[in-house]
Ligand binder design. Structure first.
Ligand code: NAD
Length: 258
């Protein structure tokens, strides 16, 4: 039995949001290593270009573009750019996200904050999926992967907006799987536990880390490659009959800030 083609993305076109750093950067590098042509998009032109430079240095194919997922025009431009550059879209990774960090005291935040978190974590993934779907259908291969969070199923203090937005993302994916399945498009989510990125480091203290590890059977925090591996699974033909799922990648445990 030859299993090498089950993870082969040769000839596939992938677009990733927030690909300039952290999980998104590793996802771009992993998809490129599997053979995909990757559009690395990020709020920061410099960071997106740095990811492309790393991919190119390793022999992969990638281009960068600026996309602020909070700006509707940027989302339209991102899919147009991808199709103009590489001909289609096969894989969409909705990675850019924000919120949480245990800083969401419900009495201290305002409606504008809530709208911003939902705009980046829910509205943008919905809109990019809608924009990409016709291209995926025409190409005969479509996989949409949303980066959600363990916060979508945990119940913690000061996490109501981030947690509920990521829960909405999970539920949207399992429902969109019904809408897009007949078009040949799969929709899944990967939910990281505490994963070493700049975003996590900004809230991590030795005390918090110790508490997290006490509840993590695989006794370490996550690395970005742990998350990218799960994204590769959902992007590749090996998961051809898997849709509407959320896979938590968390060392078998629960890591919370409080
Ligand atoms: N790191 C964790 O522990 C963890 C845990 C659970 C879920 N997540 C989720 O993983 C995803 C990535 O998180 P990370 O830790 O890698 O973050 P990160 O801060 O390390 O990187 C985020 C990247 O997104 C870009 N970005 C920020 N705002 C953007 C915008 N409006 N439009 C486009 N790009 C933007 C940044 O420039 C940066 O390159 C997020 O959806 C986050 O909610 C992370």
């Amino acid at each position: 039995m030859d299993i090498s083609n089950l993870f082969d993305l040769d000839g596939k076109v992938a677009v990733v949001t927030g690909g300039g750093d952290g999980i998104g950067k590793c996802v771009c590098e992993t998809l490129a290593a599997a053979g995909a042509k990757v559009v690395v998009s990020d709020l920061s032109a410099e960071k997106a270009a740095a990811t492309v430079a790393d991919i190119t240095a390793s022999g992969g194919t990638a281009v960068s573009t600026v996309c602020n997922v909070l700006a509707e025009d940027d989302l339209v431009r991102l899919i147009d750019f991808t199709v103009t550059t590489f001909g289609t879209v096969n894989i969409l990774v909705n990675n850019a996200g924000m919120g949480g960090g245990g800083r969401e005291n419900p009495m201290m935040i305002d409606r504008a904050y809530v709208e911003r978190i939902y705009a980046i974590n829910v509205f943008a993934p919905w809109q990019l999926a809608k924009l990409a779907a016709p291209h995926m259908q025409r190409s005969g291969y479509g996989s949409i992967i949303n980066i959600t969070s363990m916060s979508s199923i945990n119940n913690d203090p000061n996490m109501a907006i981030y947690g509920s937005s990521k829960a909405a993302l999970n539920h949207m994916a399992s429902n969109l799987a019904h809408d897009y399945g007949p078009m040949g498009i799969r929709v899944n989510c990967v939910g990281p536990g505490a994963t070493r990125t700049k975003a996590l480091e900004s809230v991590l203290t030795p005390e918090i880390e110790e508490r997290m590890l006490a509840h993590t059977p695989i006794h370490r925090l996550g690395n970005v490659s742990d998350i990218a591996g799960a994204v590769l699974y959902f992007a590749a033909p090996i998961s051809a009959w898997v849709s509407g799922q959320t896979l938590m990648v968390n060392g078998g445990g629960v890591q919370t800030l409080d």
